[in-house]
Design a protein. Structure first.
Ligand code: ZN
Lengths: 515, 489
């Protein structure tokens, strides 16, 4: 069996037993990237030299008998919105084309400290806005199961890299489903931790109150291992919570006795594809066969999820993205051209004797802002900036933003009530299997509706993950969504591992050809 | 002739707090460093960087608010105020919008109409926010690049908003003077307008008596005032201007949008700013990167206990305990805490508050003003000055002679005793003095004759001569002895 087909935990065992070196493992994944990523497009940048150097240093450490970090030389792919010091970090946007952060994100520091080898930066929807990775300013990422289809998004590169065996571990971010939806569509495991569990310091913000960094991997134990490294309090992030981090990787294989599983009837209504519903119901039956009790829990406000999410997220985004103005870093339009255009216009109005128009001309600065932003941002980002700017404007704030915050509280209360009756809530992660590339590009609303099941987790700030639970008749993976109360990642992982021990959906691999 | 209107003024004052580091990052707040050397990922708005609140800044803000007799909120949050400007790297300023950390306070100021009285000016709110950077524009707009210095970005600013309770430009000036004094006493801000650590915007309009009742003119916001004097002048100018506009246009409050005008120090006038630059929707919303701040009653009380004695109370106490006049007390207190400490030490040691106050006002303050220095750099210690005053009070020398001694002490740093010795000051004993007077009378028969005829003033010339022969003689005593001797003649 080739190294790239092994799970992260199996690779780690081999590394710890000195059966393989980190350099060999890293090299194997780099070779696989070399062989297949031209077609998949998961990575925006791969730094083979740096990865091999880091791997060699870890091997040296191990050989010398020095303690090795938790990741022991395992390669990790990183979504391109995590700041890496001195290295290009684009967030999938033209506006950050040449941006090199002067610092490392906290999770990057943690991965390095744990001896994770950073392979490269993965593709994503621009500023994590989107559900298909089609909004990347740089390239398409294709679903390894069917390269005519989307991998999901926004962490599409992160999910495709793991599904294609190009990385054993991957770090993504999830604002409304951006880890779980691509994990579901690519047939892998992806976890969105509780808000505050993982430091956001160095995560280029989309919607600060919803963003959360999380792990993607082939299996639940692999996911547990990476979460253990990522999680923990960070004094540099005021919203990070000061709670001890459980040893997820150690407890992950302990089954949950007397598990009470909840099903939300509202999640099995209109819009849910029949094959997806069937796979999810069969997954629930698997749990029952493992001794879990199943009951329905109502989430009366879940129908407002998409509306609420698409107010709050764009509002925060419009503010978070105000900094990309071409003044301090990133893309700036040709200012000389802007000044020349202004002079030409001024002259035109002066010649026409139109004093009012001359008076009304915007300054070079204002024009520079406008042109930089209109050239630097893609259409989906612009759409959300406009939505958010509008909703936060005087006169609309109460009707939109404030109202959305109230609904958000009600959604959280739905969960609080539900979790008094059940331990974990199960359901579909997306309404359908992966759709063809280009299918929803002209219909943003249809794309937004894909966030129906996942965005509610972010609004409530709780923990959730996606694991594979079947395939469609077209051979596309289907994901099972599991949600747990805040800071119950351990319960979530143990519950998900139970399922994976009883099934083999997570062991299926796409055939990339050329093996 | 008094004008048929009342001037209504409210002030918005921004002061930088005296913290070592910025409000949301660890960068230094020191003034005067080379541009962009006191910046980091957080205060430059680098993508991914996050703010963390500086507790010390919050404590200083609460301290200032307590000094302003404000209510302190036990729960506040941070809001983003959005606007585009090159010196605002995030595209928003972190501020407090609808839940300021303090509200409903007041500041008692000297009534310019009657210095014996005070006027109470309401404080609507005082809240914390981060400062922006500085833009340096080339003189010829558009012809050269503007430069941005982000050293100031993120420095904690306390915005103090008064009620529109001031009724004259002089009151506005007194308010600023008292506010600055208070903040100096609290050691929360150095309030240096030149360095930009205190900035003032004013809102002003007129309430005009008309046959139909009182009418308010449109409110104008005045900016760009760089000294307290400039504030006073700008407001006086603006009141007059509004009066003239009223007479021409009869525009009332609400008839036109609120206008912003800038004070032109060179031309001594206010100028309207482009309406395009002033109309803004700041799109406030709670900053999701920061958690709300809670203050317990105990924490508030602890800060209250750290306030120390504030100017208003101190003025009263100096009058009560040292028997000085309200005027003297005011002069001393207005010089700041360290001068008051100096005075108290001198007064306690020499045992005479009034005399101590006189010496400090007439000699010490003059030296400080001439040298543009603070009491901390005055070379004569409070103890040394007290010893000198004691010697004068004991009659060892005259007051005028004493001032010479102080001048020497100031110059050389000597103690009172050393300086007196250096100037050859020694007490002249009675027999010596009598011999000197007899000698003078013998030499001035004309004076003796005049005095005998009742022209007592003539004796004055004898005193001058006596001082020439021996500078240590006591003038009063010389006069007394001379008159005695003439009587006996
Ligand atoms: Zn800083």
């Amino acid at each position: 069996m080739s190294l790239t087909a092994l799970s992260a935990c199996d690779l780690l065992a081999k590394l710890d037993a000195s059966e393989v070196t980190s350099a060999e493992v890293t090299g194997a994944f780099l070779d696989r990237i070399e062989a297949h990523d031209g077609r998949i497009g998961a990575f925006l940048r791969v730094d083979a030299e740096a990865a091999l150097a880091q791997a060699a240093a870890i091997d040296q450490k191990r050989k010398a008998g020095n303690p090795v970090g938790r990741l022991g030389g395992l390669p990790v792919a990183v979504k391109d919105l995590l700041a890496t010091e001195g290295e290009v970090t684009t967030c999938g946007s033209r506006i950050l084309e040449n941006f090199r952060p002067p610092y490392n994100a906290t999770v990057i520091e943690k991965i390095r400290a744990a001896d994770g080898v950073i392979l490269g930066k993965t593709n994503m929807d621009e500023f994590a806005m989107g559900g298909s990775t089609e909004n990347s300013a740089y390239q398409l990422t294709r679903n390894p199961w069917d390269t005519t289809r989307i991998p999901g998004g926004s962490s599409g590169g992160a999910a495709a890299a793991v599904a294609a065996g190009m990385a054993p571990l991957s770090v993504g971010s999830d604002t409304g489903g951006s880890i779980r939806a691509p994990a579901g569509w690519c047939g892998i495991t992806g976890l969105k931790p509780t808000y505050g569990r993982v430091s956001r310091y160095g995560l280029v913000a989309f919607a600060s109150s919803l963003d959360q960094i999380g792990p993607l991997a082939q299996t639940v134990p692999d996911t547990a291992l990476l979460l253990e490294v990522l999680a923990g309090h960070d004094p540099k992030d005021s919203t990070s919570v000061n709670l001890p981090v459980p040893r997820y990787a150690e407890t992950v294989n302990q089954p949950l006795k007397g598990l009470r599983l909840g099903i939300v009837p509202e999640h099995f209504g209109e819009g849910l594809d029949g094959e997806v519903e069937k796979a999810v119901r069969e997954a629930v039956a698997v749990y029952e066969s493992l001794g879990a009790t199943v009951r329905e829990v109502s989430m009366p406000h879940s129908k407002y999820t998409v509306a609420t999410y698409y107010i709050i997220a764009p509002c925060e985004a419009s503010s978070n993205l105000a900094r990309y103005d071409g003044v301090h870093y990133g893309y700036r339009t040709d200012v000389k051209q802007v000044a020349a255009d202004l002079e030409a216009e001024r002259k035109k109005y002066e010649d026409a004797g139109d004093a009012a128009a001359v008076e009304n001309l915007d300054s070079v600065l204002v024009r520079m802002y406008r042109k930089t932003r209109s050239e630097g941002f893609g259409p989906e980002v612009k759409r959300r900036i406009m939505l958010g700017t509008y909703a936060l404007s005087a006169g609309y704030y109460n009707a939109y933003y404030l109202k959305a915050l109230k609904v958000r509280r009600l959604i959280r209360q739905d969960f609080d009530r539900a979790f008094q009756q059940v331990d974990v809530i199960a359901g579909p992660v997306t309404p359908t299997a992966a759709y063809p590339i280009g299918d929803k590009v002209d219909d943003p609303l249809a794309m937004y509706l894909c966030d129906l099941y996942t965005a509610t987790t972010n609004l409530a700030g709780i923990a959730a993950l996606s694991i594979p639970c079947g395939f469609s008749s077209e051979g596309l993976p289907i994901g099972l969504h599991l949600q747990a109360p805040p800071f119950e990642e351990e319960r979530l992982l143990r519950g998900a591992a139970m399922f994976q021990r009883a099934t083999d959906w997570h062991l299926k691999r796409p055939d990339l050809g050329g093996e | 002739m008094s004008k048929p209107y009342e001037i209504i003024i409210g002030l918005e004052v921004h002061v930088q707090l005296l913290t070592e580091s910025k409000l949301f990052c660890g960068c230094s707040t020191k003034f005067g460093a080379a541009p962009n050397t006191q910046t980091c990922a957080v205060c430059t708005g680098t993508p991914g960087a996050l703010p963390v609140m500086n507790r010390e800044a919050y404590r200083l803000a609460v301290k200032a608010a307590l000094g302003l007799n404000c209510q302190i909120a036990t729960f506040t949050k941070w809001d983003r105020k959005s606007y585009y400007y090159p010196d605002l790297p995030k595209g928003y300023q972190i501020s407090q919008y609808d839940q300021p950390l303090s509200y409903d306070g007041y500041l008692d100021i000297l009534d310019p109409e009657n210095e014996e009285q005070t006027r109470r000016i309401g404080i609507i709110r005082a809240h914390l926010e981060e400062d922006a950077g500085k833009s340096m524009h080339d003189e010829v707009a558009g012809k050269a690049d503007s430069r941005i210095d982000l050293n100031r970005t993120g420095t904690p600013l306390l915005e103090i908003v008064s009620q529109p309770d001031m009724r004259s430009p002089a009151e506005a000036k007194n308010y600023l003077t008292e506010l600055k004094l208070l903040l100096n006493y609290l050691n929360v801000s150095d309030c240096n307008m030149q360095e930009g650590s205190l900035r003032v915007d004013a809102n002003i309009n007129l309430h005009i008596d008309t046959p139909g009742g009182k009418v308010a003119t449109p409110i104008v916001e005045v900016k760009n005032m760089n000294s307290f004097r400039a504030v006073e002048r700008a407001l006086a100018y603006e009141a007059e201007r509004q009066w003239e506009v009223w007479q021409e246009t009869r525009q009332k409050l609400g008839d036109v949008p609120k206008q912003t005008r800038g004070w032109d120090e060179g031309a001594q006038i206010t100028r309207g700013q482009r309406s395009k630059e002033e109309s803004s929707d700041y799109r406030y919303f709670p900053d999701p990167d920061l958690v709300p701040v809670t203050m317990t009653e105990e924490a508030i009380e602890e800060i209250r206990r750290s306030l120390g004695e504030l100017p208003a109370r101190l003025r009263e106490r100096l009058v009560e305990e040292y028997g000085i006049t309200a005027y003297d007390s005011d002069v001393l207190v207005n010089q700041g805490r360290s001068l008051v400490d100096y005075f108290v030490t001198v007064a306690d040691r020499c045992g005479d508050g009034k005399t101590a106050a006189n010496w400090i006002q007439q000699s010490v303050l003059r030296t400080l003003n001439e040298g543009q220095i603070g009491i901390d750099r005055f070379p004569v210690s409070a103890e040394a000055l007290a010893d000198l005053i004691k010697a004068v009070l004991a009659g060892k020398m005259e007051t005028s002679r004493g001032r010479e001694v102080l001048a020497r002490m100031t110059e050389t740093g000597e103690t009172a005793a050393e300086a007196m010795k250096g100037l050859g000051i020694a007490a002249v004993d009675e027999s010596e003095l009598e011999a000197l007077c007899a000698e003078l009378l013998a030499a001035n028969p004309k004076v003796v004759e005049d005095v005998k005829q009742g022209k007592l003033k003539a004796a004055a010339s004898l005193i001058g001569q006596a001082k020439k022969k021996n500078p240590n003689v006591n003038a009063t005593r010389v006069r007394e002895i001379c008159l005695q001797l003439i009587e006996q003649m």
